[in-house]
Write a protein that binds this ligand. Structure first.
Ligand code: ATP
Ligand code: MG
Ligand code: MG
Length: 549
């Protein structure tokens, strides 16, 4: 990888190692909540947590932050694991916050015994009202002065299921006057009679994020707990719980979320798109999810490179979608096999080519690779499909393709000259008549003819048809979440265009997971719905940035 200066987290870790903190041990964690599929923002966190541990001979745990039974599901657990592996990372241990429910409960009891937590019978509204405002301190209620014994009994009763949802909560007895609202007696446990995807009906009280996360970090002896900026005001509470429980002193660090334009990244919003059928599932190739990008034809390397390029910062910003596209083009240019496909066909007849004759030509797979990365056979015959836009009846100067009298090269084949064309009753050109120069065959051209243009083609009797899915930005505006009204009003309803194309026969063997460059048309991949009877290709990205100014 390229030389770059250390980011602020690497500086912190190098400093810790130099000072012998945790004996130089580095253990990070990636803590997804299994309530949706991972997206490109998560990829940033994954690359950061796994990458930094690798760099300093450490390890990374995968911890499912599954403390909210209502929105979580094992489908999400499976997809998250698949996506992390696909990105190329290996976790040390697969862990679940729910595995710590007993221990977290004991931690809560410890705080009650220390007089640092109490059961509050107030409603959510009352608690909010009593919390005060950022400029006005909160006011203690009658429950705050409950005895330790009473708190222990009530908390046990909460656990035993004696109360309904919302009837009681456990709160830290902290500081109702703190300028940090998160420190004003934050909730530790709430009652939720809900089935959990792992613990079933064993629990009806569930810990809040703030009480579960840091304690889970400490249980695992995480050294550097890296999260996003919105958790900065939670850090004093993170430290307070750890100090008062006298458990392993994990430390929290924050970096800016990765956001990209023309999409949304909140799982809640992505779920709406899925549930309301505005896209075709979590892995719709227009989605910013890892599974969507994979189906679209993005490679793990391109995503890792993207994350490396955007770097980590301590200020939020919106990253240009084009950078993601730049990264996939860069990778596919080196690895994609070149193939020919005609998306908007018009028929070409080579009048001096013998009727019924078929010639097998050869085309290298990738000129960017030394030796061409192998080659494939290209059947050539008298009748070809070419792209309609490669012919003009009245071409301007410097049009190096076909028009009356103009010459161009057919890729991997011969130079042809346009002699004539045929029009139908409405005046549409339906056929182009050319003659070819037999001595101009690619690789052994002795014709002495110089042409500037090269066009792609497919032999008509050998062509296969395929469904081609062309994608554009999913939203019409850069930041749909920050526009007036509902974000879904800004969906680009033209973001999927379906066409039928003629493809060279070798593409019938196209493999999923490999990139193909349809010469002059972009990078494509086989869609997961494709079959030998019904070939389907997704356009990963165009060859050039159509959005560049
Ligand atoms: P959402 O708002 O979409 O629900 P989340 O942060 O609640 O996001 P989690 O599953 O809790 O989603 O995220 C797992 C980890 O990934 C967390 O450490 C979180 O900070 C990080 N993460 C989530 N979104 C981003 C993002 N856009 N950029 C960087 N890191 C992110
Ligand atoms: Mg969330
Ligand atoms: Mg979260």
């Amino acid at each position: 990888s390229e030389e770059r200066s250390l980011n602020f987290l690497e500086e912190i870790i190098e400093n810790d190692i130099a000072n012998g903190v945790n004996n130089g041990r580095v253990l990070t964690r990636f803590p997804p909540e299994p309530n949706g599929y991972l997206h490109i923002g998560h990829a940033k966190s994954i690359c950061l947590n796994f990458g930094i541990a690798q760099k300093y001979n450490g390890k990374t745990n995968l911890r499912f932050d599954d403390t909210n039974p209502v929105t979580e599901d094992t489908e999400y657990v499976e997809s998250i694991k698949e996506d992390i592996k696909w990105l190329g990372f290996e976790w040390a241990e697969e862990l679940y916050s729910s595995d710590y429910f007993d221990q977290l409960y004991e931690f809560a009891v410890t705080l009650i015994k220390k007089g640092l937590a109490y059961v509050d019978d107030s409603s959510a509204e009352e608690i909010a009202a009593q919390k005060g405002t950022p400029t006005e301190p909160g006011t203690p209620n009658q429950y705050r002065s409950r005895s330790i014994e009473e708190n222990l009994q009530l908390f046990a009763d909460m656990k035993a299921g004696k109360y309904k949802d919302g009837e009681r909560v456990l709160r830290a007895k902290l500081d109702l006057a703190s300028p940090n609202m998160h420190m004003r007696d934050p909730l530790m446990y709430r009652i939720k009679h809900a089935h959990h995807h792992r613990t079933g009906d064993a629990w009806c009280i569930y810990p809040m994020y703030d009480f579960a996360h840091g304690q889970s970090d400490a249980i695992e002896k995480i050294t550097h707990s890296i999260c996003t900026l919105e958790f900065i005001p939670h850090r004093p509470l993170y430290d307070w719980f750890i100090e008062n429980l006298e458990i392993f002193p994990s430390k929290q660090y924050e970096f800016a979320r990765g956001n990209i334009n023309y999409t949304v990244m909140s799982k809640r919003k992505l779920l709406q798109l899925v549930n309301e059928n505005l896209v075709n599932g979590w892995d719709d190739p227009r989605m910013p999810t890892i599974s969507g990008l994979r189906r679209r034809g993005y490679t793990p390397l391109s995503i890792r490179n993207f994350c490396e390029r955007i770097g980590i910062a301590r200020r939020e910003n919106l990253i240009d979608y084009s950078l993601l596209e730049f990264c996939i083009r860069e990778d596919l240019n080196k690895t994609a096999w070149r193939r020919m496909a005609v998306l908007d066909p018009i028929k070409m007849v080579i009048t001096n080519y013998p009727e019924g004759h078929v010639e097998m030509l050869e085309g290298e797979n990738n000129p960017e690779v030394e030796g061409g990365d192998g080659s494939r056979q290209l059947p050539f015959s008298r009748e070809l499909w070419i792209e309609r836009e490669d012919f003009m009846e009245n071409p301007p100067k410097k049009f190096f393709r076909l028009g009356p009298g103009l010459m161009t090269r057919l890729k991997n084949a011969y130079i042809v000259r346009c002699d004539d064309f045929v029009k139908d009753a409405e005046g549409n050109v339906t056929e182009i008549h050319c003659s070819y120069f037999p001595e101009s065959k690619s690789g052994s051209d002795t014709s002495g003819i110089n042409v500037k243009g090269t066009i792609h083609w497919v032999s008509i009797p050998h062509a296969k048809t395929a469904e081609i899915r062309l994608y554009d930005r999913l939203f019409k505006v850069e930041d749909p979440s920050n526009e007036d009204g509902d974000f879904k009003e800004y969906i680009n309803h033209e973001s999927l265009q379906v066409q039928t194309a003629y493809i060279e026969p070798d593409l019938a063997k196209a493999e999923t997971g490999r990139g193909y460059q349809f010469i002059r048309k972009g990078y494509f991949c086989v869609d997961k719905d494709s079959s030998s009877e019904n070939l389907i290709f997704n356009r990963t990205v165009t060859l050039k940035d159509a959005w560049a100014k």
